[in-house]
Design a protein around this ligand. Structure first.
Ligand SMILES: *[C@@H]1O[C@H](CO)[C@@H](O)[C@H](O)[C@H]1NC(C)=O
Ligand SMILES: *[C@@H]1O[C@H](CO)[C@@H](O)[C@H](O)[C@H]1NC(C)=O
Ligand SMILES: *[C@@H]1O[C@H](CO)[C@@H](O)[C@H](O)[C@H]1NC(C)=O
Length: 272
């Protein structure tokens, strides 16, 4: 493309400036023969086309480069219809009961995983190094953090909480994380409407087909790379030592930890 730009500009006489250039340009066509005009018009249209294609294509091409994650290839995409009906029941819905707590626990239990130094190099980040000699680092897949946030909001609605000090910030953090996730993924699947017998207003059909990651495959990857950060000596603070020292009663202070990330000892709210 560069040569096209050069071509265009090199045709302007160097000594001409401002009005002089304009006069000159207006006067010029008379001196051009027909084939010169054709060549010029062709070049201009090629230049314009190339310019427009480059303008609109390059950002798209750049964005098709997915952000690196070693778990990226772990999961296929598949078509999935959301179970959205108002009266649909599942183990994720309704009041607390053993099946519900188990279902929610299951989808965040592999939150903490290990990745290699090379993986971190590819995302230009560092993390906390595991101390068991592998040279690997502690990370979480963000999908699990997002699920934790949803579960946290759910738990506060269901159980209330004793976390008084940081509650507004924690709820705010979680709700805003979920907002950013939804806007980031910006699912544009179409939701349709129906008329319902005896119901005056349009009724949304929540059973929308989506293109989804296969969560089970991601979870399977995470389970293979899962790391128990509570294991003795697994992570050590550089100056403060063991992050989870037990007090004289054998109790570990879990405050300040993200609930749900505290695997091994998940904080499960009381069943009421
Ligand atoms: C859900 O179930 C209730 C009670 O059975 C019923 O009255 C209501 O119409 C149902 N709603 C939908 C959207 O099916
Ligand atoms: C990597 O991260 C550092 C520190 O945040 C930053 O200064 C640097 O520009 C980043 N390099 C690349 C290639 O993004
Ligand atoms: C809050 O603390 C009380 C007293 O220790 C306890 O009985 C209750 O289960 C706690 N509630 C939650 C939601 O953790």
């Amino acid at each position: 493309m560069m040569w096209l730009i050069q071509e265009k500009y090199s045709r302007l006489p160097k000594e001409n400036r401002d009005e002089e250039v304009l006069d000159n340009e207006i006067a010029r066509p008379r001196r051009f023969n027909k084939s010169w005009t054709t060549i010029h018009l062709t070049l201009i249209s090629i230049y314009t086309t190339v310019f427009l294609v480059v303008l609109f294509r390059v950002p798209q091409a750049a964005w098709s480069q997915k952000k690196y994650s070693p778990a990226e290839s772990a999961a296929r995409y598949e078509r999935k219809t959301f179970q959205g009906g108002i009266n649909y029941t599942s183990n994720y819905r309704g009041y607390s009961r053993p099946e519900l707590e188990e279902a929610w626990h299951k989808i965040i239990q592999h939150t903490n995983v290990r990745v290699s130094a090379n993986d971190l190099r590819k995302i230009n980040r560092t993390s906390i190094r595991l101390q068991e000699g592998s040279g690997d680092y502690l990370v979480s897949l963000d999908v699990f953090h997002q699920l934790h946030c949803l579960k946290y909001v759910r738990d506060v609605i269901q159980f209330g909480t004793n976390e008084t000090e940081r509650l507004p910030e924690h709820l705010d953090h979680c709700l805003d994380s979920i907002r950013q996730l939804i806007m980031c993924k910006a699912d544009v699947s179409l939701m349709t409407f129906d008329w319902r017998e005896g119901y005056r207003k349009p009724w949304p059909n929540f059973e929308v087909a989506h293109d989804c990651r296969n969560f089970e495959e991601i979870d399977e990857w995470a389970s293979r790379h899962h790391v128990d950060m509570f294991e003795e000596g697994m992570i050590v603070h550089p100056t403060l030592g063991n992050p989870f020292p037990a007090d004289e009663h054998g109790h570990t202070d879990m405050s300040g930890l993200i609930p749900g990330l505290t695997m091994g000892g998940i904080i499960t709210p009381p069943v009421v």
